[in-house]
Design a protein around this ligand. Structure first.
Ligand SMILES: [Zn+2]
Length: 345
């Protein structure tokens, strides 16, 4: 039984809209350039209790809380489970609120759960000297590094927009089956955007809940950050994307941003080619040796805002580390402390 996609356009913020039998789409606002996240509520029967399993929860702001409260006041059934695809605050932010309010289990992968607890307890990055060193290695100017350091001291970190994370979780692993209502959902793990991102596929209805791992229209951020400067995130991402071409080409994909879509195989191929195109361009650009900062225009044609710069540097770093670790580039530290990546012709 394959479900029919009920396409009635984008739902109003905080309002449920059915997308398939037993599946409801909920949009919540985000205070970023990407101004929304899609959450999904699935009809569930958990230990005899009828209700809804929630997939992802919105960022932990008072605005999200108000929208949740309004919705929950009129919802016909309670929340039975909270499932979080990955640790980013727009996904995990309100998980603690929902788990405590309904006293229900939280389902996550282990790496996402413990990383979320670690990150929400402190600031976003590593220690001050490590954060500074990371930016220097990226080739950022002295002024930029000093300014970033000042901003970091004034910021309370990512914990600000994550409600206290529940102290208990149920672990999801690759190949697990998670029963929600009448259906068994198969767990697929994606890496690179976050450590152990959960995607869920249901064969009966032919639906993939892809989180941020496969997005339409935008490429998920694949970054190297100060907490793990030798990460090879792009390799991890490219290693865990092709598995989705094993799923039916005509499945309905429910992503965390933009709109539900068909064409999973095409989208996976586009994402793979997008990164290979970037790698090819960087290979050609770095023949004379370039810093990460100098490579930004190769990857980003638009002018970068301060908010975007943090992610842009990380994205460029992940592509250059990929070239370095696959033997396609050397990586040396110059007299300014910047990494210089050099490819051979
Ligand atoms: Zn994310």
């Amino acid at each position: 039984m394959h479900v029919t996609f009920i396409d009635t356009g984008i739902p109003e913020l905080g309002k449920l809209q059915q997308v398939a039998e037993g599946i409801f789409w909920l949009r919540m606002p985000l205070p970023f350039d990407l101004d929304h996240i899609n959450l999904y509520l699935l009809e569930d029967n958990h230990n005899g209790q009828q209700g809804y399993a929630v997939i992802d929860t919105g960022i932990g702001t008072s605005r999200s809380e108000a929208l949740w409260d309004t919705l929950l006041d009129t919802l016909d059934k309670p929340i039975t489970k909270v499932i979080v695809t990955h640790l980013h605050p727009d996904h995990i932010g309100m998980a603690g609120y929902l788990v405590e309010r309904f006293r229900v289990p939280l389902f996550m992968s282990q790496a996402e759960y413990f990383t979320a607890r670690a990150l929400s307890a402190g600031a976003r990055g590593a220690s001050d000297w490590q954060d500074d060193e990371y930016l220097v290695r990226c080739g950022m100017s002295k002024d930029y590094v000093e300014n970033a350091s000042k901003n970091r001291k004034n910021s309370k970190g990512v914990g600000q927009v994550i409600r206290p994370i529940p102290l208990q979780f149920y672990r999801l692993q690759q190949g697990d089956k998670l029963t929600i209502g009448k259906h068994d959902w198969q767990v697929y793990i994606g890496r690179g955007h976050s450590p152990e991102h959960v995607c869920l596929f249901n064969a009966d209805t032919n639906i993939l809940i892809s989180g941020d791992h496969v997005l339409p229209g935008i490429s998920p951020n694949i970054g190297v950050y100060s907490t793990e400067p030798d990460a090879n995130s792009l390799q991890l991402y490219l290693d865990t994307l092709p598995q989705f071409t094993q799923l039916p080409a005509d499945c309905l994909v429910l992503p965390s941003h933009k709109r539900p879509f068909h064409g999973l195989h095409t989208r996976v191929q586009e994402l793979i080619s997008h990164h290979h195109q970037h790698l090819d361009n960087l290979r050609a650009f770095c023949v004379q040796g370039k810093t990460i900062e100098q490579c930004l225009p190769v990857l980003f044609k638009r002018k970068l805002s301060d908010q975007n710069m943090f992610f842009a540097i990380a994205e460029a770093f992940s592509h250059l580390n990929y070239l370095y670790f696959s033997g396609g580039a050397s990586r040396e530290i110059n007299s300014d402390g910047h990494f210089v990546f050099k490819t051979s012709e």
